[in-house]
Design a protein around this ligand. Sequence first.
Ligand code: AMP
Ligand code: ZN
Length: 113
Amino acid sequence: MSDSCIFCKIVRGEIPSKTVHEDDDFFVFHDIRPIAPVHFLVIPKRHVESLAHFEASDSDLIGRMLLLGARLAPAQGLSGGFRTMINTGKGGGQEVFHVHAHIFGGGDALPKT
Ligand code: AMP
Ligand code: ZN
């Protein structure tokens, strides 16, 4: 946990969020500035700065983070599919330095990357 991290504050309930799911290891909530009709974030409760800061021993946690996004997507209206994005570091466009997987889609087809 980090005192100043906004996502840690969301996990602690100090900042409100539109919660999708919570369990022992993960917190899932809607993005406040969605870039698609459905857009939510999957974060580990443990404060890890970015994907690049995970250790090899975190492989299971990383895998479960992605799987959880896929499992929750249909109930959020993404049964037709979704995009998963993890921005890493300033060069990767990361703005909040608590690792998170964006899951988004819905509406018109997403642009090709
Ligand atoms: P990134 O650029 O990958 O670090 O993405 C950070 C995301 O967090 C952005 O899409 C923001 O819209 C989102 N975000 C920032 N603050 C909040 C918040 N309080 N509640 C929900 N989403 C947030
Ligand atoms: Zn944090």
